[in-house]
Design a protein around this ligand. Structure first.
Ligand SMILES: Nc1nc2c(ncn2[C@@H]2O[C@H](COP(=O)(O)OP(=O)(O)OP(=O)(O)O)[C@@H](O)[C@H]2O)c(=O)[nH]1
Ligand SMILES: [Mg+2]
Length: 141
């Protein structure tokens, strides 16, 4: 079931919680491994997102650690906060730009799956993004 929709999706935003290290080292790693097993290197379109950037004192993963984790896997990294709305739209715009660049600037319809460990803020990020986007441009919500 999960394998079939992973195969169909075009882009993945893997979300981890900056205040919970295991959501990167275990959950995000598991997601990346599963996506990698179902997508060729060419089709492996992933953005790593560290959420809850507003919780400064509880941070367990530094920006540098997250960046290195992403670089080791050949993907991009961005820190966001669904609570303060910081960089949430930027994350989706980044995916849009990466897709355009990959398809020689041709704009086309594509799907994005927001995935990752439990309680990392997947729903919060998605809701924040939809709120900032005109409803007419988002279907099936
Ligand atoms: N401080 C802070 N809390 C957040 C942020 N994003 C989400 N949360 C909180 O984290 C908890 C989990 O958020 P959800 O959006 O439900 O996370 P989820 O990944 O969809 O969780 P599941 O669907 O249950 O796996 C909630 O209590 C949110 O209020 C954030 O950027 N900052
Ligand atoms: Mg959720």
């Amino acid at each position: 079931m999960r394998a079939s929709w992973i195969s169909k999706a075009d882009w993945f935003i893997i979300v981890f919680d900056l205040t919970n290290k295991k959501t990167l080292t275990e959950d995000a790693a598991e997601w990346f491994t599963e996506i990698s097993s179902l997508k060729s290197r060419e089709e492996r379109n992933v953005l790593l997102v560290g959420n809850k950037g507003d919780l400064n004192i509880d941070i367990e993963v530094t920006g540098l650690e997250a960046l290195e984790w992403a670089e080791e896997r050949g993907i991009e990294y961005l820190e966001v906060s669904a609570k303060s709305y910081d960089s949430v739209v930027k994350a989706f715009n980044k995916v849009l730009k990466m897709d355009c660049a990959k398809n020689n600037e041709k704009v086309q319809e594509f799907s994005i799956v927001v995935c990752g460990g439990g309680e990392t803020g997947k729903s919060a990020i998605s809701v924040q993004f939809y709120r900032g986007v005109s409803i007419s441009t988002v279907s099936n919500i």
